[in-house]
Design a binder for this molecule. Structure first.
Ligand code: FAD
Length: 381
């Protein structure tokens, strides 16, 4: 039996890494993918699911389908890592590896604030997004508040997409005048890692849609009466959506891979950890930009990081030098602003200061996102 490459996590980064490795690995290596759930979830389309434009089954793929590509999929919970012995500890037993890719994403904590679990929906949860869809359909008047619990969180565009889609959703149903939409963020301005012009553009998008933005405000909890408790005030609400606190998965807490700021530390260009033969990708990783902001936790970076790490690993295992670098940039992403409209987004996060552009809303950016969704769920599975 040849050496084993173990990938922990079948989300964006894990699935991309598994596919690339299946293509480029020299023969004789075993490729094993592990996830606690049997399916891959396309999280970027959750905002469309919430407003009834997608059905859940349209956005999932069985991870076992990847076995057709020559790898082994094991559904099990990762409980920890024994790095010196190159073993992942799981509920299905110990899994040995020669090279390891950690792509376990970020853990979302739904009870971080008092009352959050009881009184708020988590729009980033697959299950709750479906329940939320039913609740939104029943809401005919009142105040809907969405708040971001803490920074960093995954999918930087998602809170803005959700609110802009909800504006469009209630407008189409003739209820928009009866429903107040409020977005609360602890960031001093939207996309605070980006140039101020991008924040201004985003604020204008929200204001044109009549969405009230409370920036630089932190939520302390939710009362039984449905009030959102803010630093220095309370805001009564009829429906609350809480983007949970994000943290490194429990199975990695205390691991030497995790740095002082609570996320897995990697070389920002090669995605190698300090531990030989161990790479980490996607949301589980914390990369601090020179400005002090976090590299956004977004799927397009998770994808590019996976391409870089997988291709370099294959080169190294073939006795060649690593040739690829993650450059912190992406073009051709989009942020939805309504059903059938969106803005093109490009980002160069490793520039100092980081550069970002956001186009005016247009139908092509929406189309791009839906084509990408289809591509992702077809090309990899
Ligand atoms: C609502 C929403 C909208 C978004 N929109 C966009 C967008 O428009 N554009 C964009 O680029 N990004 C977007 N993102 C962000 C993007 O989805 C993430 O950045 C990306 O999924 C990160 O990939 P990952 O592989 O690191 O983590 P994930 O995709 O979260 O995958 C982690 C995997 O690890 C598994 N796992 C975790 N712990 C364990 C364990 N202990 N044992 C076994 N398995 C485990 C999980 O089940 C999961 O399958 C969005 C995110 C959300 C939530």
């Amino acid at each position: 039996m040849g050496e084993t490459i173990l990938i922990l996590g079948g989300g964006t980064a894990g699935v991309a890494a598994a596919n690339v490795l299946a293509d480029v690995l020299p023969s004789g290596y075993q490729l094993v993918l592990v996830d606690r759930i049997p399916v891959h979830l396309f999280l970027a389309s959750l905002p469309l699911l919430i407003v009834g434009r997608r059905r859940p089954q349209q956005l999932t793929r069985a991870l076992s389908l990847l076995q057709g590509r020559g790898l082994r999929f094991i559904q099990t919970e990762v409980e920890g890592l024994d790095l010196p012995h190159r073993v992942a500890l799981t509920t299905a037993g110990s899994l040995s590896y020669d090279k390891l890719i950690v792509a376990l994403g970020a853990e979302r904590v739904e009870d971080h604030l008092p009352g959050q679990k009881e009184w708020a929906f988590n729009p980033f949860s697959w299950q709750e997004a479906q329940a939320l869809r039913e609740r939104l359909a029943r809401l005919r008047s009142g105040r809907l508040v969405l708040f971001i619990s803490s920074l960093p969180f995954t999918g930087e565009v998602a809170p803005y997409e959700i609110m802009l889609l909800l504006h469009d959703y209630y407008r189409r149903r003739g209820l928009r005048r009866q429903i107040e939409l409020v977005l609360i963020t602890p960031e001093e301005r939207p996309f605070s890692f980006a140039p101020p012009q991008i924040s201004k553009q985003t604020e204008e998008l929200l204001s044109d849609a009549g969405i009230r933005l409370l920036a630089g405000r932190s939520v302390q909890g939710i009362s039984k009466a449905g009030e959102v408790l803010l630093d220095g005030g309370r805001l009564p609400a009829d429906l609350v959506l809480a983007i949970p606190h994000h943290q490194v998965p429990a199975c990695l807490r205390g691991s030497p891979l995790v740095g002082a700021e609570g996320w897995v530390e990697v070389d920002p260009r090669s995605l190698e950890t300090r531990w030989p033969g161990v790479y980490a990708l996607g949301d589980v990783v914390g990369i601090k930009l020179p400005t002090g902001h976090w590299l956004p936790k977004v799927g397009f970076f998770a994808h590019y990081q996976a391409e870089v790490a997988a291709r370099n690993l294959a080169l190294l295992l073939s006795g060649k030098d690593a040739a690829f670098q993650f450059l912190g940039g992406a073009a051709g992403a989009s942020m939805l602003t309504a059903f059938r409209r969106g803005c093109f987004v490009s980002l160069n996060a490793y520039a100092n200061p980081p550069a970002m552009t956001v186009s005016r809303p247009n139908p092509f950016a929406y189309l791009l996102k839906t084509i990408f969704e289809k591509y992702w769920l077809t090309a990899w599975f």
